[in-house]
Design a protein. Structure first.
Length: 258
């Protein structure tokens, strides 16, 4: 009797009664296909482990994971009461998978490898995520080893996903305390001497003369006046002498002609 014929003889309630979603069971691989593997879990109806449930990472071929006759541990993923179908998983309940990831999610991880451009982080989904150096801090980070070390446990945030390529971009920048804002220092203007206060009435610079300056000015004026007087007297005597000399020469001329 084939598998399909034996399944028809099993009341649907028997499967529902003996199994529960999330339950762990032991089974034997009965058949491997391109899309998964059928596993006998001892209830008269084989369950199917789809290829997407064979590991947390991407599985290209079920034959790369299991072979016919292998004894494996599986968990009940779904129970279809109407069609008497059992969906199994090789991933323990609560295990994070690539399908569970969403951008913005914060997950635990462990540093597995350092490169000059960043660090690879194992977050438990079967494929390491990339923590780029630019996502390691709010400021400039030159060397990844200045921030993280291989084997270090840390919390990371999912900032990018490409499920088809199995790419996960991670960050710790937003999980770190933000630096205190630096006060803005304005450039000081060059010193300019304050302008002198304007007088109520404009006054000439020569309007105010100290007593000393006034005495000095009067003394200078006196000396100038004295020199002027001496020059005038000298000129007067010169005129008189010239006149006397003229008279003397005139009289001498007349006497000579007599």
């Amino acid at each position: 009797m084939g598998q399909e014929e034996s399944a028809l003889n099993i009341p649907p309630r028997k499967v529902v009664k003996t199994l529960a979603v999330g339950q762990a069971v032991e089974g034997v691989v009965k058949r491997v296909t391109d899309f998964g593997a059928f596993v006998d879990i001892g209830v008269g109806r084989d369950g199917l482990v789809h290829v997407s449930e064979m590991g947390t990472g991407r599985v290209a071929r079920p034959a790369d994971v299991v072979n016919q006759g292998d004894s494996i541990r599986v968990w009940i993923k779904e129970l279809d009461r109407e069609k008497n179908r059992i969906s199994l998983s090789m991933i323990a309940p609560g295990t994070l998978t690539m399908r569970d990831l969403e951008e913005g999610m914060i997950v635990p991880g462990k540093v597995t490898r350092l490169e000059r451009y960043g660090a690879f982080i194992d977050i438990g989904v079967g494929r390491d995520g990339m923590l780029h150096v630019k996502e390691m801090g709010h400021g400039y980070v030159q060397n990844p080893e200045d921030v993280v070390q291989v084997g270090q446990d840390l919390q990371v945030q999912v900032v990018g996903l490409d499920r088809r390529r199995g790419r996960i971009d991670l960050s710790i920048k937003e999980l770190l305390p933000k630096p205190e804002p630096q006060p803005v220092v304005e450039a000081s203007a060059p010193y300019t001497a304050p302008a002198p206060a304007e007088e109520a009435f404009p006054v000439s610079e020569d309007a105010f003369v100290s007593p000393f300056e006034l005495a000095l000015q009067e003394a200078n004026d006196g000396r100038r006046n004295q020199r002027r007087d001496r020059r005038k007297k000298a000129r007067s005597w010169e005129v008189i002498e010239d006149e006397e000399d003229i008279i003397e020469r005139t009289l001498a001329h007349h006497r000579k002609n007599q």
